[in-house]
Design a protein around this ligand. Structure first.
Ligand SMILES: Nc1ncnc2c1ncn2[C@@H]1O[C@H](COP(=O)(O)OP(=O)(O)O)[C@@H](O)[C@H]1O
Ligand SMILES: [Mg+2]
Length: 243
């Protein structure tokens, strides 16, 4: 018997107001795997994540979590899909502790998070909106941990953050994945993404133009850069074309 991946996009066509911006995307993430979704602005990365978490209905194709179809946000919540959107999705007026408790599956899950990440304990009474960017992103990731998510979706994890903070967040992502969470993340910083991920997909104009293992794509960085400028029908341009 074949085991279903933790997350599977099966010929997913997604978009807004019935206009497709992502076409026939096939993608999978196994439990414990870290997968990057790369591509230029407007390629359809956020649309893909919005559809994966059930917030946008697919125009065709399916999203499945452990083989079960996601038809909306209720299914996504039931099958423990956590989404850290680009602006982190925190309740900015509430404290760190209140944000964690609102998502957590149990009081124990909150305590476990404080035990593992003691830096957060010192901030527990602080209003989330007053945290630094890095602290907010850490809190958003740890809310997913407290939820005991099976699938974690992260949009633009490191945008605007200092390199030291970025490294720390990358360690947190590795740590949660090592416990079996399937992670799909969107990242502007290609080198960081390829270091962190097991595999990556590159989207351009809503089509997957390149995919491969992180180390393999690090060696094919010229081809990867070129794929950012491809139009989905012209992925064979030479490196000389890259600005
Ligand atoms: N809420 C929306 N309504 C209509 N069009 C949208 C909406 N959000 C994104 N789009 C369009 O969908 C395309 C893909 O956007 P997006 O998924 O945000 O790309 P990315 O995250 O890769 O930058 C863009 O052309 C964008 O203008
Ligand atoms: Mg986006």
């Amino acid at each position: 018997m074949t085991v279903s991946p933790a997350l599977e996009l099966d010929r997913l066509t997604a978009g807004h107001h019935k206009v497709p911006v992502v076409r026939e995307l096939g993608l999978s993430v196994a439990a414990g795997e870290i997968v990057a979704l790369l591509g230029p602005n407007g390629a359809g990365k956020s649309t893909t994540l919005d559809t994966t978490c059930g917030a946008l209905p697919p125009l065709s194709g399916q999203v499945r979590v452990s083989g079960r179809r996601i038809r909306g946000v209720r299914d996504a919540a039931r099958y423990r899909v956590a989404y850290v959107p680009q602006h982190r999705g925190l309740f900015r007026q509430l404290s760190v502790d209140e944000n964690l408790r609102l998502r957590a599956r149990s009081r124990r899950a909150v305590n476990d998070v404080y035990e593992r990440f003691d830096a957060l304990g010192a901030l527990r009474g602080r209003q989330a909106g007053l945290l630094s960017g890095g602290e907010q992103q850490l809190l958003a990731l740890l809310c997913a941990l407290a939820l005991d998510a099976k699938v974690l979706l992260i949009d633009e994890m490191t945008t605007g953050l200092a390199p030291g903070v970025v490294r720390r967040l990358a360690e947190v992502v590795k740590s949660v994945a090592s416990e079996g969470m399937a992670v799909l993340f969107v990242e502007q910083h290609v080198h960081l993404a390829l270091e962190l991920c097991d595999r990556a997909y590159v989207l351009n104009h809503g089509e997957c133009v390149l995919e491969g293992a992180g180390p393999e794509l690090r060696e094919r960085i010229g081809e990867l850069s070129a794929s950012y400028f491809a139009d989905g029908r012209d992925a064979d341009r030479s490196d000389d074309d890259v600005p």
